[in-house]
Design a protein around this ligand. Structure first.
Ligand code: SF4
Length: 335
């Protein structure tokens, strides 16, 4: 598989792409959809990514960290709804207080709900931190590379030690070595990026042999440096490419889990539901309560988007009381 092969798939007529991806979803996952609730436990972030509303220098954000007891009540609520996979997401922090907070959460969740699958999405950490969290019971880790091309990565991040492309890439390898189910993804349709860049992203995922994917189309957010430089941004293209990328990834990596992400709905209501016709098999509704939800604005409108319509429309496909491990992970365990 090379860039031309991926490009040929990405540019197929939409109906061809959808039907190939749907066929494989049915063959490998019986068209089932797995549910994971996301709890955005804190919006405090030490980083300054140019595209993100939670960046450190955005002083208009009211910062929060949800108390552990409140997070546990939300996990219980999710468990009672039949969900067996919970995503603990936050801005990136590497200080001891934060590491201990996540460690305590993992311990308490596993104590109360031993069959709950814990998915962390807490950014780049030292190996010893990933190891600690894994040993306490974390099962999966989501760390989006955001941009797989190192030169482009530099363009959309400050040039300093906190934003090192190679360190981020190394984190993905460490997570895999530690036995996590590993997920990644990119921001699709950033200004001045091309479909060739998207093809390279897909090759990156294949080479990394990842278990899970979560793509997001780029959605501009005010109070970010990129917001002032959107001359070459095309939301229609970002949306179309994201759906196409879901389908191509399903075709090329049929056993992985692929999420249809909330950001799709920020560009067009209903697009997240469409993602399930293009090969996605994971829905991740946000369980973060107000008033915290409105303060987790990675991108514009995020706090207002609802998942209920997807749950209603997919109710015959959603599997409950099942952690929904990616087949890809189960297969590589047996290798
Ligand atoms: S993308 Fe992640 S690491 Fe970057 S500023 Fe936003 S929350 Fe922080």
């Amino acid at each position: 598989m090379n860039r031309e092969d991926v490009l040929n798939l990405l540019t197929l007529p939409a109906e061809d792409l959808k039907s190939k991806a749907s066929y494989l979803c049915k063959a490998y996952y019986s068209s089932q959809v797995y549910l994971r609730h996301i709890i955005e436990v804190s919006n405090i972030c030490q980083k300054n990514c140019f595209y993100c509303g939670l960046r450190r220098d955005n002083l208009s954000v009211k910062r929060y960290r949800i108390p552990i007891s409140e997070v546990l009540s939300l996990v219980e609520q999710s468990y009672q709804m039949g969900c067996r996979s919970i995503v603990i997401q936050s801005g990136e922090r590497t200080d001891k207080a934060f590491i201990d907070y996540i460690a305590k959460l993992i311990e308490e969740i596993k104590k109360r709900f031993p069959d709950e699958n814990i998915v962390l999405s807490c950014g780049e950490q030292k190996k010893k931190t990933y190891k600690l969290w894994r040993e306490l019971g974390a099962d999966r880790y989501l760390l989006r590379i955001e941009i797989s091309n190192s030169k482009l990565y530099e363009k959309f991040h400050p040039k300093d030690k906190l934003h090192d492309y190679y360190k981020r890439q190394e984190c993905l390898l460490i997570l895999r070595d530690l036995g996590y189910q590993v997920g990644t993804g990119t921001l699709i349709g950033l200004p001045e990026t091309t479909i060739e860049d998207l093809a390279e992203d897909i090759l990156f995922f294949i080479n990394l042999d990842i278990d899970m994917l979560g793509f997001g189309p780029y959605v501009p957010q005010a109070n970010t440096p990129l917001y002032n430089n959107l001359s070459n941004y095309d939301p229609t293209k970002a949306l179309d490419w994201t759906l196409r990328a879901i389908a191509v990834c399903r075709i090329l990596m049929p056993t992985i889990n692929i999420a249809s992400t909330t950001a799709l709905d920020a560009l067009r209501h209903g697009a997240r539901l469409e993602g399930f016709e293009w090969g996605a098999n994971v829905l991740m509704p946000t369980l973060t309560p107000q008033p915290f939800r409105k303060d987790y604005q990675i991108y514009s409108k995020k706090g207002e988007l609802r998942s209920d319509y997807c749950i209603r429309a997919l109710q015959d496909r959603i599997v409950l009381c099942d952690p929904g491990d990616p087949l890809h992970y189960l297969l590589r365990q047996n290798q």
